[in-house]
Design a protein around this ligand. Structure first.
Ligand code: ASP
Length: 317
């Protein structure tokens, strides 16, 4: 599924491709998802209205979803094979090609906030594990208790994944509940700057130490003056194909429009390898928003400069 929207300034978000099948989506669950997506858009728009940067907009939008137990990021993250929550996040400022990312972190309430601090206050792009957590403490971030991140739903998904042959993380399998709800945002601010960010708990029952595409600049997240991209799906495929950077490369070197570039990546490249591998949200410097996914749905939303939130879940809505 792929659609084009045009905004003057604003943001677009995703809450992952692991949508519940239409038949399992109760009105109450759908209302909760829609409300949180709208809240995320309103938070991002508030920053835009106050003259904030694209970087600040994507962080504000993502932090709403990180704090919500509905999504697989921050509170509500997936558990790894040990039953521990480890999270990954990244951010990129397209106007200056600066980036920050953290991987394999525990006890960090907002991994995307930590990635932003790393981008802005250090010369590094990626910190992992204990080192990233030490950096967080040095920056005055308090450790958050493990109970804050725990949800019974994700615990059950991890147990179910263990029961499957090989305990494979499930993006393609027939249990949609185990599909993830990674979150991401792209924004175009009042000065024409683009930014992208992504935050995740990774896949249910992931191998201890496994890092997906979300904190890998060029794989799960990329921003330039041409485009901003945040991906969701089976991370290993996004890493192998440098998926987010490939959107930029198709535009920069192949002369593709954003729509052509994202279709090429999501359908020609990713779908050809693993049907139903994921999707992305993207935005170009002229304000074209492209949601593109090869799955039945993707939690998503966008808002223009008027601040009106628009949210969708399935491909045909
Ligand atoms: N891309 C994430 C990962 O592989 C998962 C997701 O998008 O849901 O860690």
């Amino acid at each position: 599924m792929n659609s084009t929207i045009r905004i003057s300034s604003g943001l677009a978000i995703h809450g992952g491709v692991g949508t519940l099948p239409v038949g399992e989506m109760t009105p109450a669950i759908e209302a909760a998802y829609r409300a949180t997506l709208a809240e995320s858009l309103v938070a991002g728009h508030g920053v835009l209205e106050r003259g904030g940067s694209a970087v600040e907009i994507v962080v504000a939008a993502i932090q709403v979803m990180e704090d919500s137990p509905l999504f697989n990021a921050g509170c509500g993250s997936n558990f790894d094979e040990r039953g521990v929550i480890t999270m990954d996040a990244s951010i990129m400022d397209g106007s200056i090609l600066d980036a920050g990312a953290v991987a394999d972190v525990t006890g960090i309430r907002s991994p995307v906030g930590l990635a932003q601090l790393l981008m802005e206050r250090s010369e590094h792009v990626l910190l992992v594990g204990k080192g990233a957590e030490a950096f967080a403490r040095k920056q005055g971030m308090e450790e958050t208790d493990a109970s804050f991140f725990h949800t019974d739903r994700r615990w059950a998904e991890m147990q179910r994944a263990k029961g499957r042959v090989g305990g494979r993380p499930n993006v393609l399998g027939d249990d949609p509940a185990e599909k993830s709800g990674t979150v991401g945002a792209v924004a175009l601010d009042g000065e024409g700057r683009l930014a992208a960010a992504t935050s995740t708990g990774g896949m249910a029952n992931k191998t201890w130490g496994r890092v997906g595409d979300s904190p890998i600049i060029g794989a799960g997240t990329y921003a330039s003056t041409l485009c901003a991209v945040s991906c969701t799906g089976w991370g290993e495929y996004f890493i192998r194909n440098a998926a987010a950077f490939d959107v930029h490369a198709r535009m920069a070197h192949g002369g593709a429009t954003l729509a052509e570039a994202v279709r090429g990546v999501v359908f020609d490249t990713l779908h050809a390898q693993v049907p139903g591998s994921g999707g992305l949200v993207s935005l170009d410097g002229d304000g074209r928003v492209e949601f593109c996914f090869n799955t039945p749905g993707m939690y998503r939303g966008w808002t223009d400069a008027d601040g009106q939130p628009h949210v969708d879940i399935y491909a045909d809505t």
